[in-house]
Ligand binder design. Structure first.
Ligand SMILES: *Cc1c(COP(=O)(O)O)cnc(C)c1O
Length: 365
């Protein structure tokens, strides 16, 4: 068996190690100056200068962003079902109801027509996911939100640097969340960044992440401990300098796969969109699970299925979705496979991925 090509691979170098060491030696390791600097640098580079607030996970970022925007019991937030459970969970954790709408099969993001049909008098917001690093249909969703007086939020966990008509994701919504988990396009170890449209939201998220305090022991609201540490922020600051070059590598790897793969459906990039290929996701209509297994076990090519069970059919979230029928979501869940596209791949790895996928697609045809 050839050596396994990993499905995903965080890149941690000497600079990250030195940054951690610098913080450890400073004696100040909890949230402090590194977090403050990371927030400013992240906002400037990846959020069009919007104010950014660092938290200890992407999930906490969604949860706190929703709470800061005033989402709570009795409210409905329209979300895709074809996403990681954190999207639906974060809405449910506020006491609001996640209302699952179907996706489009070309870009796997919320279908504006399905969103429109899901609007009720209780709907307060729409929260698309820029899945796999491809921007959701923000123009149409913005129009819908404005027409119906709703807020627009962004789950940008997978989409650092993605853009639509030149505008970065994260700059469309009332707030957006970027995850900094190790397999995402950049990492701080664990972490999340909430970027906000208005300063009062930044203050609300900051209060919620720190027990409701701005001044020590003057707790204004009931809050969490969702602080990022300076150790994690120091890693994130180094990664921020590298993520642009890594994204270019992901895009070059994707272009190579687009050019040479045969017999499978390769990713679609919408007009005006810049895709950052958190995942390079193909569709295999026949026996996807067998394809995924053979790719790994016979050809040594790591791959992943994101996501085999949509949110609305998870035991945890199904109570919000009785009788719901989401045909495109079901098709995607049963046919998608994500191939390695990460920046550490070399030409030989890409050659192996192309020949293995093409051989399996021919065998299945
Ligand atoms: C990773 C991810 C999250 C959650 O981020 P964490 O940092 O892992 O908490 C939320 N939504 C999507 C779509 C994700 O991929």
């Amino acid at each position: 068996m050839p050596e396994l090509i990993a499905a995903a691979k965080p890149i941690i170098g000497d600079e990250e190690r030195q940054a951690v060491d610098r913080v450890m030696r400073s004696g100040m390791i909890a949230q402090g100056p590194e977090v403050a600097a990371f927030e400013v640098e992240f906002g400037a580079q990846l959020a069009g200068g919007r104010t950014s607030v660092a938290v200890n996970s992407g999930t906490a970022g969604l949860h706190l962003g929703l709470l800061a925007a005033g989402i709570g019991p009795g409210d409905e937030v329209i979300v895709p079902s074809f996403t990681f459970a954190a999207t639906g969970n974060s809405v449910a954790l506020t006491g609001a109801t996640p209302v699952f709408a179907d996706i489009e099969l070309d870009t796997y993001s919320l279908d504006p027509a399905a969103v429109e049909s899901a609007i009720t008098p209780r709907t307060r917001a729409i929260m698309p996911v820029h899945l796999y690093g491809h921007p959701a249909r923000m123009r149409e969703l913005r129009t819908l939100a404005d027409t119906h007086g709703l807020m627009l939020f962004e789950d940008a966990a997978q989409a650092h640097g993605a853009s639509l008509d030149g505008a970065l994701v994260g700059t469309f919504g009332t707030f957006a969340m970027f995850s900094l988990y190790p397999t995402k396009n950049m990492t701080s170890g664990e972490g999340g960044m909430v970027v906000v449209e208005r300063e009062e939201l930044a203050r609300a998220v900051k209060l919620l992440r720190n027990q409701g305090m701005e001044r020590q022991y003057a707790n204004e609201v009931i809050g969490f401990n969702a602080r990022m540490t300076d150790i994690h922020a120091a890693i994130g600051r180094v990664q921020l300098k590298k993520v642009g070059a890594w994204t270019a590598r992901r895009q070059a790897n994707a272009a190579r796969l687009d050019r040479d793969l045969r017999g499978v459906r390769t990713p679609v990039v919408a007009d005006g969109a810049s895709h950052v290929y958190h995942q390079y996701t193909i569709r295999v209509d026949d026996d996807r699970d067998g394809f995924s297994r053979a790719l790994k076990d016979e050809h040594g090519i790591g791959n992943g299925v994101y996501y085999p069970i949509p949110n609305h059919r998870l035991d945890s979230l199904a109570k919000f979705a009785s009788g719901l029928d989401l045909p495109n979501t079901e098709t995607a869940a049963s046919t998608v496979v994500s191939l390695p596209v990460h920046p550490s791949l070399d030409e030989a790895d890409l050659d192996r991925i192309v020949s293995a996928v093409n051989a399996l697609a021919r065998a299945g045809a």
